[in-house]
Design a protein around this ligand. Structure first.
Ligand code: UD1
Length: 383
């Protein structure tokens, strides 16, 4: 481990965030840079997500500094959004000439900013490199492939990611298995999340009773009305056995309204308690409330990537409503089961999961809360 001395110039790092899952992945790197010293980090928010509940709340709860720059791109088609991010990020990099641009995850902001930086001759580090679902119809898969192809430093969360990168011809010396910064955030915030009153607010806390948590936001689940309806029918069936709390992503809210599928859900107003059964729609939650909600759930059903990882560490059974996962370590070392979107299978696997006593598998190697420190160690060594 090398430490920069007084006469060594600080490493000038630009850290990019854009969409909700990026904040949990970037926050520990920012904290680790501050704790170690020798870094001059600049935080750029692309503005891909902009609602208070999709963005600001995470800055507050994760104790992140306000962004130095907000590109304010907002929503748009993939082409338009990616292009806007590139156009607005280019002058930021050209003017500040950082030593490194760090991107996280697999959203449009990740790929857009990595391309801009590498074309300006600035080194790129990708946090959460090498994950592959093998499904190129997922926009995130394309973002991952392109980002990893142009990144100089590839920070991976699980051993399979190293193998994927080597198979794609990336040099072994560029790949660093460091663990999972999203889990750094989870472990750092767990005690604070315990104090969240979310269960009492939902009527699930005073007399603890089993409940499930559902999240859906992937285009492959929510953008096709027939698929969404079939999945909701199945979840309605699952919700006959226990209350299912469903914090609704804005994309999903829009699709539910457009397809007239609101009848499947009971909208839970502020202060209203969930009953003994039913599918309860609530607004998107902040990080601490959602972490508390997940940590006490009897079952989580999701099409998210990050939630597969968080439930793995929380030891909460997770059914992933997808045909593939880019995070196989959550199956191998965790609680995750791939169930696809076939209604009969969702119902059957939910019954099976609820009948099994919950257990906490050990979790993947290096998911120990120290991933960001390892990243900062590598940066201090190579830059
Ligand atoms: C994006 C990421 C996805 C990630 C997800 C987490 C890409 C390609 N997708 O998907 O990988 O899992 O974020 O949430 O980058 N909207 C709002 N308020 C906001 C943001 C979005 O209302 O603050 C609405 C808009 O109608 C927008 C839609 O949600 O058109 C989709 O947002 P977008 O960022 O394009 O994709 P996500 O589905 O959020």
């Amino acid at each position: 481990m090398t430490h920069r001395g007084e006469n060594t110039p600080e490493v000038r790092a630009v850290i990019v965030v854009g969409a909700r899952p990026n904040f949990m992945k970037a926050a520990p790197v920012i904290h680790a840079m501050a704790a170690r010293g020798g870094f001059s980090p600049r935080l750029v928010h692309t503005g891909q997500h902009y609602d208070e509940k999709m963005s600001e709340v995470f800055f507050r709860e994760l104790e992140m500094p306000a962004p130095d720059v907000n590109l304010g791109v907002g929503s748009g088609s993939h082409g338009a959004q990616t292009a806007q991010i590139m156009m607005r990020f280019e002058p930021v990099v050209a003017e500040s000439r950082p030593d490194i641009v760090l991107v996280v995850g697999d959203v449009n902001s990740t790929v857009a900013c990595s391309l801009v930086a590498v074309k300006l001759g600035v080194r790129v580090g990708h946090v959460e490199a090498g994950l592959r679902s093998g499904d190129r119809s997922m926009p995130e898969e394309l973002n991952r492939i392109v980002t990893d192809a142009v990144s100089d430093l590839l920070f991976t969360t699980e051993a399979g990611a190293n193998a994927n990168l080597l198979r794609e011809g990336r040099p072994a010396g560029a790949i660093h298995l460091v663990g999972n910064t999203m889990i750094d955030t989870l472990l750092r915030c767990r005690a604070r999340a315990e104090r969240s009153p979310v269960l009492e607010r939902l009527g699930l806390g005073a007399e603890p009773r089993p409940y499930a948590v559902l999240t859906l936001h992937r285009p492959s689940t929510v953008d096709e009305p027939q698929v969404l309806e079939a999945v909701l029918d199945a979840l309605h069936e699952v919700a006959r056995a226990l209350p299912v709390v469903f914090p609704i992503h804005p994309r999903t809210a829009r699709q539910l309204a457009a397809a007239g599928l609101g009848r499947h859900l009971v909208a839970l107003a502020e202060g209203q308690a969930a009953g003994p059964a039913g599918l309860y729609a609530v607004p998107p939650m902040g990080y601490l409330d959602f972490l508390k909600l997940m940590s006490r759930a009897r079952l989580v059903l999701t099409d998210s990537g990050g939630i597969q990882e968080e439930t793995t560490i929380l030891g909460v059974p997770c059914l992933t409503l997808r045909d593939n996962t880019e995070r196989p370590a959550t199956i191998e070392h965790g609680t995750n089961v791939l169930v696809g979107r076939d209604p009969a299978r969702i119902i059957e696997e939910s019954r099976r999961a609820l009948a099994r006593p919950p257990g906490a598998p050990p979790g993947p190697p290096l998911w120990d809360g120290q991933a960001a420190e390892r990243i900062v160690d590598v940066l201090a060594r190579v830059l």
